[in-house]
Design a protein around this ligand. Structure first.
Ligand SMILES: [Zn+2]
Length: 85
């Protein structure tokens, strides 16, 4: 995605540089409790998707009926200065 800001054309792209932060995954429990509020428990952000998924099984083991989750992905992006438009 590119946009002109002033006279500079900026491009937003995923940051895949060697020193970029790693993409992380975590899951949040969407199950509604008896009072109709969301459980909201979250696993820790981890770089390994399987480890993130493992948290959902542990959460279900400790919370019977908590079977609905959202995955939250944090992926680094960076603005790249694309020169004068
Ligand atoms: Zn839950």
């Amino acid at each position: 995605m590119s946009r002109l800001l002033g006279l500079i054309n900026w491009t937003l792209r995923p940051d895949r540089d060697a020193d970029a932060p790693e993409t992380t995954h975590r899951f949040r429990c969407l199950t509604l409790k008896d009072d109709d509020t969301e459980c909201g428990a979250e696993g820790k952000p981890v770089t390994d998707l399987k480890a993130a998924q493992d948290w959902t099984f542990a959460h279900l083991r400790e919370n019977s009926g908590h079977t609905s989750f959202a995955e939250i992905v944090e992926r680094p992006w960076v603005m790249w200065r694309g020169g004068r438009a």
